[in-house]
Write a protein that binds this ligand. Structure first.
Ligand code: PLP
Length: 430
């Protein structure tokens, strides 16, 4: 037992030192654990090539991209190169790419920008109940400003029905915002159909493609998107930088007010190292897009099949076919997700119960609730998300420790009656 300093009469410093001394061996032990990162939908490790590309812009190439002297021109050239690299990844023109501070700002800017520029009688937005909070919470804020918002439910497989969108369109609808890949499930939405519909009905179409860009082919023309959000840190780039694609001719008010940066679309001195990092990350992703997707799909499938073969009562959340190749979200009956994540972490494996920004929340995932999962099912759901640096050894090591972790957690669950369920196989989907 560690004693409370006031009780023991020790000074706070001595007490802290004692705590530190007791924790040190534990810290040392944790350092020696081989670590495996399977939470790439939360964020990805920076690619070494990206880091190298960014470095000069923290030191000798420090200029402000708006300055007219040599330093400024160096920075400006680097920003414009990155704009080309990002545009190429999503099939856009460079002039249609606006750099932002990340996916959240891009989402906010798309929603606010369209609403503020719309006619005063055209204030209806259609979105879905499974969007990231960067869209959902902005939509809620818009409602407080008098905007009408329709939140469509996704089916039990996590896929939105374009017919529901068609039915929800009204004369005053100005924007449809539907994400490309869901961050918790990986489920892919039928964007081409939604894009076609939006065009036919003359409504702007925004997609939050933060989870799909750099992982699967994304082409703004094919998708029919007028606006598309992306974020560098999901594709092995740096945090705090992203972009909003804005189709030429889209009438959009800026979210922020200030200088004339980004063709008056987004004021503020450009984050040159970040933007360069995003550009390099986009170039690297595009160079190996198809082969990486196939490699990671094979690893993800091996992980899933390995779990099904070893652990009873597991089910996939979301559509097993229509999803990112990198993601699986599984419900393990009779386990508490948070306990599972901690137990796996103690064994060196990082996974998650869902969105990183909802960690610690007592509420079950809004995404799983929207696809009809009970609160209990949602609390037993685990997301594994793979990225460029994962290997087949990572999958083998995970499969080695996971069954014992599940067994251990179930053994302390009052609801788990092993004898009654042990011969029930795992299902592909509920
Ligand atoms: N949209 C989705 C689907 C996301 O997964 C995330 C990040 O988790 C965001 C938006 C927010 O992006 P950022 O972290 O760059 O603000």
């Amino acid at each position: 037992m560690l004693s409370y300093p006031e009780e023991s009469g020790l000074s706070l410093i001595v007490a802290v030192e004692r705590v530190e001394a007791r924790l040190q061996p534990l810290r040392e032990k944790r350092k020696t654990v081989r670590r495996i990162y399977l939470d790439n939908n939360a964020t990805t490790p920076l690619a070494p090539e990206v880091f190298e590309a960014m470095k000069p812009f923290f030191s000798e190439d420090f200029g402000n991209a708006s300055s007219i002297h040599w330093y400024g021109q160096q920075a400006k050239a680097a920003v414009e190169k990155a704009r080309e690299q990002v545009a190429r990844l999503i099939g856009a023109r460079a002039s249609e790419v606006v750099f932002t501070s990340g996916g959240t700002e891009a989402d906010n800017a798309a929603l606010v920008g369209i609403i503020e520029a719309a006619r005063s009688d055209a204030k209806h937005v259609i979105t879905t109940a499974i969007e990231h909070h960067a869209v959902l919470h902005m939509a809620k804020a818009l409602e407080k400003r008098g905007v009408s918002v329709t939140y469509l439910r996704a089916g039990s497989s996590g896929v939105v029905d374009p017919d529901d969108i068609a039915r929800a369109i009204r004369p005053e609808t100005v924007l449809i915002s539907v994400m490309h890949a869901n961050n918790e499930l990986g489920t892919l939405q039928p964007l081409e159909e939604i894009g076609r519909l939006a065009r036919e009905r003359d409504v702007y179409f925004h997609t939050d493609a933060v989870q799909s860009v750099g992982k699967i082919p994304v082409d703004v023309e094919k998708l029919g998107a007028d606006l598309l959000s992306l974020s560098a840190h999901k594709l092995h780039g740096p945090k705090g930088v992203g972009a909003l694609y804005v189709r030429k001719g889209t009438i959009l008010r800026p979210l922020l007010y200030g200088g004339h940066h980004e063709r008056d679309r987004r004021p503020g001195t450009e984050n040159v190292p970040g933007i360069v990092g995003l550009g390099k990350a986009a170039e690297l992703a595009l160079a190996r897009l198809d082969e990486e997707a196939e490699r990671l799909r094979a690893l993800r499938d091996r992980l899933e099949q390995g779990i099904f073969a070893r652990v009873p009562q597991v089910a996939i959340n979301g559509d097993p076919e229509r999803r990112l190749p990198t993601t699986t979200n599984l419900s393990f009956d009779h386990i508490e997700g948070e306990g599972f994540v901690i137990a796996m972490d103690l064994r060196g494996i990082a996974c998650s119960t869902g969105a990183a920004c909802s960690s610690g929340s007592l509420e079950p995932s809004h995404v799983l609730a929207a696809i009809g999962r009970s609160a209990q099912q949602a609390r037993s759901s685990i997301r594994f998300s793979l990225g460029r640096f994962n290997t087949s050894e990572d999958i083998d090591a995970t499969l080695e420790v996971l069954p014992a972790v599940v067994e251990q957690l179930r053994s302390v669950s009052p609801h788990y009656r092993k004898a009654a369920v042990s011969d029930q196989p795992s299902a592909l989907s509920k």
